[in-house]
Every structure is written in structure tokens, then in C-alpha cells.
Design a binder for this molecule. Sequence first.
Ligand SMILES: [Fe+2]
Length: 383
Amino acid sequence: MSAYRFYMPALNHMGAGCLDEAISDIRTLGLKKALVVTDKVLVDIGLVASVTEKLGTAGITCVVFDETKPNPTVKNVEDGLAQLQSADCDCVISLGGGSPHDCAKGIALVASNGGKIGDYEGVDQSENPQLTLVCINTTAGTASEITRFCIITDEQRHIKMAIVDKNTTPAMSVNDPSLMQGMPRQLTAATGMDALTHAVEAYVSTASTPVTDACALQAVELISTWLRKAVYDGDNMEARDQMAYGQLLAGMAFNSASLGYVHAMAHQLGGFYDLPHGVCNAILLPHVEAYNSKVCPDKLARVAAAMGVDISGLTPREGAERALEEIQGLSWDVGVPEGLEVIGVKKEDFGTLADNALKDACGLTNPIQATKEEIIEIFEGAF
Ligand SMILES: [Fe+2]
């Protein structure tokens, strides 16, 4: 194995009730005024008020930016940055799922580097560490609270920009499963399938390492064991806790091993039709891995084993087939739509979507590089 590196936030809080300890730690950072980046749903259910009250008690004044869209936009970043600057905040705290975390990363990165968020599209384009960012997570999940990935929708170009930058790694992450109990069923399913996609894509990635492989396989096992329970019994704290842990491990895997064509293609569907990220991934995952199985059947067979399949006596091809069946079964069990047509995707757009998918940085580490025609075929298979 050649030399490799591994990225993580310096401090990560896990487990029910960890938010209180995290706030004590935030106080020790000497921060005075936070821009809290969140969304209106979390304001409406009262979660934002309860967290900002705790932060206030710890001596941190909060200014709330709650405009974040499900697919956060360039405008979201610009508006949040303007609010941060006019209120003279010295840090950013994101509260929510991947959307607030990504929006907060965009704000914190531009706050310390200047320019526009689009200047940082690509890999490691910034010079300075972002403003101090703490991510309090409420879904399981994108794992954006621990990653250096920041996905921002450019509404003018109808694409999602992938900003992959060591400087967007948050200073601290908080995964308190008691904050995830209220997550609705569909969101639990979509974000859980996103996490499974992270684990599988990182495991078969050309940039995988022994560290990321260990994280990925354990994540597959946890998610396949606990996602159904988390979806259909949302108050089951053990299921929420195990999903919080599983999605974190999946994030640790892809943060360093990167992803593949599922994300490269799903980003285009999200940017073009404003569709939920997890749902697009869940629909595409078995189809992309069926395509990948011609080059990495042994790895996909080990995914099947991590999902509880007895692969002894099976050929790698047969094991890979069983992985595809298990993934599809889990997806349908948790209520993910059966195909892209149902969620409003149009066949006539496949050419444009394929062109853009091949430009997405996530596709570079897919185990086999595809032609435009092959990407279109995968879209057609998932239609
Ligand atoms: Fe994702």
C-alpha cells in the first residue's frame, strides 16, 4: 500500500445527550457571537430556539440565518455571509442536516478567503482556514458535519458545484441521536440510503485505503441492520444511535476515499430538477454498482457479506449479484420510489445530465471510467 492520508475534524461528539458537552467545549474556544445556519422547519419545531438558548447560557450570542434551501444555493451562501458580516460574528454554527452544514461551510470559507463561493469549485482551491465552524447534526445522514465536501447549487447553470477542500473540514461535529428522533420517515429513509451510498462508493473507490475500507464495511453492516427500524420506529433510540454511528463511519470512509458515479449522477438530478439527494442516490445505487460489478465483483461480494448474506460457496459475481439484491431490497423496504420517472426525471435530458456527470469530481474515483453512452444507459436502467 502506498502512502495515504486521512481527514477528520479535530473533535467529534457522539451519543445521546452529547450536545450539552459539546456546548461546554464551544465555550472553551473563546467564541462570542455565532451565525447559526439552519432552515425554517427546524425553527418551526422549536429546535433552533432550544439550541440557541443553551448557547446563550454558555455566553455565545446567536444570530439565526434560516433561509437554507434543501439544495443550498449560491444566493443562500451570499445572504448568510452578508448577515455574518453585518452582525460581526466570529464563528458559524450549523444546525440541521447536510443542507445547513454545506451552506455554513460555504459562508465560513468565503468569510476567511474573500471572493465568491464559485471561486472554490474543485479540489483545495482556497488558501486560508475557514472561519471556526461547529456542525450540530440532526440527520443520519450526509455526514457533512465531518467532511471536507461542500455541495452548492449554482442556480444560473443548474448544476451542483462540488467544493472539496481541506479548509472546509469543520472544527467540531456533534451527533446527538436525541436530536434525530423527530426526523420524519421519508427523510430518515432518504438520508439513510445516502449514507449507505457513501459507504459502498467509498469501498469500491480507486482511492480507498485500509482505514476507509474498515469504516465503510462497518457502516454497511450498521445501516443494513438498523435503517428499517429507524424508519418505521423513529422513537427507537438504539436505532437512531446506531444510524448516527453508521452514517459517521460512512462519512469517515468517503471523506478520504471519495465517491463514484452514483453521486456524480445524483448531483446532476439534484441540480437540474431540485430533487432530494438521498432519493436520487438510492435509485441509482444498484444500477451503478451493477455496472461496476464487472471490475470489482469481489468487493461487492464483501458488501453482501456485510449486509448479512452468507457468501461462502458463491463466486465473486454471484456475491456481487446478492449485494445488488440486498441494496435494492433495503431501498424498497424503506419506501424509496422505484425509478427516476416517478420523481419527474425526463428521458430527453439524459444527454445533458450525462455530460455534466462526467465533469463531476466524484466520478474520478469510480472503479471504472464510463463513456457518455454508458452513463446514459445507467440512467435508462434506473428510469
Ligand atoms: Fe451523499
